[in-house]
Design a protein around this ligand. Structure first.
Ligand code: 5CA
Ligand code: ZN
Length: 409
């Protein structure tokens, strides 16, 4: 699949800081130490209802990770998937009486447009589950042949007991794992499984559902977790720097993915660091497609809201916090954008070199965007009240917020 066009990242003087970020698996802040090419896999959308503010907030977090890396003069190898075949997509297509491929295509197109408008950097590989099937089949066959997977009425399940590191991403207890498995696409109550938590790797063809050639597995379609593992291993290999997603992916998705990869390769870890963004809520509940309490990026754009204001709304919240979308938080961002634009439109202003370093410090410290915005606010306020004579300052402020936070003033 093609991704979306990259917005330019302006050059900044000097060099940024190494990123310290909260790692879910160790429960602590770690300083990332990527090579000259930092490797990141971010789980993509299931394209049946895109792009809501929760999605946008999560992709914003991982866009910042990349911008901090780029500022340290590294290159970034970024891979993202599209879950363009899975139960929820098929269910929505039936509900809305639309062809599932048309639904997936429509929503993926919208997602690309939203990501472009929000100045999110595109992945180098943007891979759909369907196009990844020829690579997924041999991976599932291998897991089965090595005894890490088993068959149940034609479906193939992964045995969580085959990975001695199982549980080390989420550290959740068995009861919570079981509850989340049931809520998030698993089938812990299906009789005949070795362990109720075992996730499906390959689902044998069902009547009325699309299916693909599965070689020795028979016709069917892939399970969810193995999709991301096959794509990540194909393009990034084991031990890549960051796997990212929202906190609802900690379990089962990222736990199972890690276990699949450990079993498959005999190596550990799958990702060196697991990073998770908080959940955005609307009216007191997590924004989710299944609940339908959504605010769409595209709807706001259509109403004439500047994408830079949407992005500033996201940046005003720490990426790990759960927060609530309200008209008030958007209005605050619209007002802030107006103040910032007025301040950088003047020909000169107070020196901004210290501001650049403050923004760098804040972002390198677990992506502390509220602190970064506060630093810009202070410069803007000084510009308004006292002004200054540094004629390079307004340009430097513009380039700082664009290069490091994707906000075009
Ligand atoms: N296709 C899978 C990942 S392989 C998937 O979870 N798709 S999704 O469309 O449901 O979600 C895409 C990303 O948005 C995931 O990282 C998910 O954690 C994140 N996300 C979903 N809802 C919210 C929300 N309300 N707040 C923050 N992030 C969210
Ligand atoms: Zn994923």
């Amino acid at each position: 699949m093609h991704a979306w066009p990259a917005s330019e990242v302006p050059a900044l003087p000097g060099t940024g800081r190494d990123l310290r970020i909260h790692d879910t698996a160790t429960g602590s802040r770690v300083t990332l130490d990527p090579g000259p090419v930092a490797r990141i896999y971010v789980c993509g959308i299931t394209p049946y209802d895109a792009t809501h503010m929760g999605h946008a907030a999560t992709y914003n977090a991982f866009d910042l990770v990349q911008r901090v890396w780029l500022d340290t003069k590294r290159q970034v190898h970024y891979v993202q998937n599209v879950t363009d075949i899975d139960d929820p997509l098929l269910e929505r297509a039936v509900r809305d009486d639309i062809d599932w491929t048309a639904l997936a295509q429509r929503e993926t197109t919208l997602f690309r447009e939203d990501m472009t408008a929000l100045r999110m950097l595109p992945p180098q590989q943007y891979i759909g589950a369907v196009e990844a099937i020829p690579g997924i089949v041999p991976v599932v066959e291998r897991l089965r042949d090595m005894g890490a997977a088993y068959e149940l009425d034609g479906d193939v399940y992964f045995s969580v007991e085959s990975d001695r590191h199982f549980g080390e991403v989420s550290h959740y207890d068995a009861a919570l794992m079981r509850r989340l498995s049931a809520e998030r696409g698993g089938d812990p109550d299906r009789p005949g499984k070795k362990n109720p938590l075992d996730p499906v790797l390959w689902l044998a063809a069902r009547d009325g559902e699309p299916s693909w050639d599965g070689g020795s597995l028979g016709p069917g379609r892939p399970g969810w977790h193995i999709e991301c593992v096959a794509i990540a291993l194909d393009h990034l290999g084991m031990g890549f720097d960051v796997q990212g997603g929202g906190s609802d992916l900690i379990f089962p998705h990222h736990e199972m993915g890690a276990s699949h990869a450990h079993a498959l390769t005999g190596e550990h870890p799958f990702a060196k660091t697991y990073v998770h963004a908080g959940m955005v809520a609307l009216h007191g509940e997590k924004m989710s497609k299944s609940k339908g309490n959504l605010v769409f990026v595209s709807a706001l754009r259509r109403e004439g809201v500047d994408p830079a204001a949407i992005r500033l709304t996201l940046l005003a919240h720490h990426y790990r916090a759960d927060w609530e979308w309200t008209d008030g938080v958007l209005q605050d961002a619209v007002d802030r954008l107006g103040r910032w634009r007025a301040a950088v439109s003047r020909p000169d202003g107070p020196p901004a070199d210290a501001l650049l370093e403050e923004v760098r410090d804040a972002l390198a410290d677990d992506l502390d965007t509220p602190r970064a915005l506060a630093a810009v606010d202070r410069w803007v306020e000084l510009q308004r009240t006292e002004g200054g004579t540094d004629d390079s300052a307004p340009g430097l402020v513009s380039r700082t917020v664009d290069a490091l936070m994707g906000v075009a003033l």
